[in-house]
Design a protein around this ligand. Sequence first.
Ligand SMILES: [Zn+2]
Length: 400
Amino acid sequence: MPPLKEKYGLILNQYETVESKVKKNDFLSVILDNHHVSASDVDILAKKEKHLEQTPYLRPGKKYTILKNRETQKVEYFAYEPNPYKYILYDLRDTMSVTEVRKKVTKKVVNSSGVIESSLWNAIVGSDDIAPSMVQSIAANMEDALQWSVDFHHVQKGDKFRMIFEEDWIEGERVGVGKLIAAHFFQDGNDYYAIRFKNEKYDGFFDPEGRPMKKNFLKAPVKYARISSRFNRNRFHPVLKRRKAHLGTDFAAPTGTPIMATADGTVIKRSRTRGNGNFVKIKHDDTYSTQYLHMSKFQKGVNVGTRVKQGQTIGYVGSTGLATGPHVCYRFWKNGKQVDPKRQNLPPPEPIPASDKEEFFKEKDKWIDQLKGIQFKTLEDVVAVETVKEEEKDSTKVNP
Ligand SMILES: [Zn+2]
């Protein structure tokens, strides 16, 4: 007897099954009609769908399974999987029903490490058998945790990282990346650690002393951008073709990239000038303001007087005003004067109070010990692997 195969809470062996993927212009009615389900029955199902939180539109490329009665050949179930985390089960027997079922997700805690050879992206790809689709998610998680300490715009060869994060597994398959638990980043001779701490009062990343990783200001107003021009009191202006102080930091990014407020504050200007193009200025407190120039467009709902949160989108990268290409010119004002944010000793945020510290330190010690136990894949290892690859290439040239 073949082994029992269970899926959708049913024993598949009892049915004749048809597994397929949704094609372009496939509707529930079209698919079921091909299997001799009447239009009136599809109608009833469509009405039952309305009880679900979200109507499950069939999307091209997504999996579905039809289960038929072996004797009568009538369709008894139609199961649709919009993503790996859930399925929608259409029960076509007697009363008919539609239910959405969340699959059981198993969380696995995994370790990873990497040494930067060319880019952070490649280091993450090379560090594990991480599916490329998950690299983006891991990079974003790491940036979320460390963006206030690590300069991700200047990651260099030899920088290295270790991390502990959760993976989502369903039915023996890795389907996604969960939360980052702890990370270590080594850059410029400095070690940075971030530990996630969560209880009734806190949910965020903290350094080993229990201070929030989240500083007063983000290091950059755009993600994954590159600094194209630094704060410089004596710069040759590429458009005006003369020396002119550059009182901002330029971050090059594609047009349309969201620009984030680098700290909580109130919008005090949202306008357009010949030089600045579309720009927004935010007042954070009596001392500090920030300004964002050359936007392609403003974020809807962000007006003079709007309160904005750190990380909130206020506009989109563009090249309006005097700009040679799409970038955001980020300006940092202290007491009404423009200064280089890199040179400011901004006050550190308040640490976790003594009453909660014991709990935090227990967590922290556990994760830092685990981080330190993760072997770095050394630069030599990485280089060695690449050399082997090169040799393979060479040998194929010699012996085609
Ligand atoms: Zn600029």
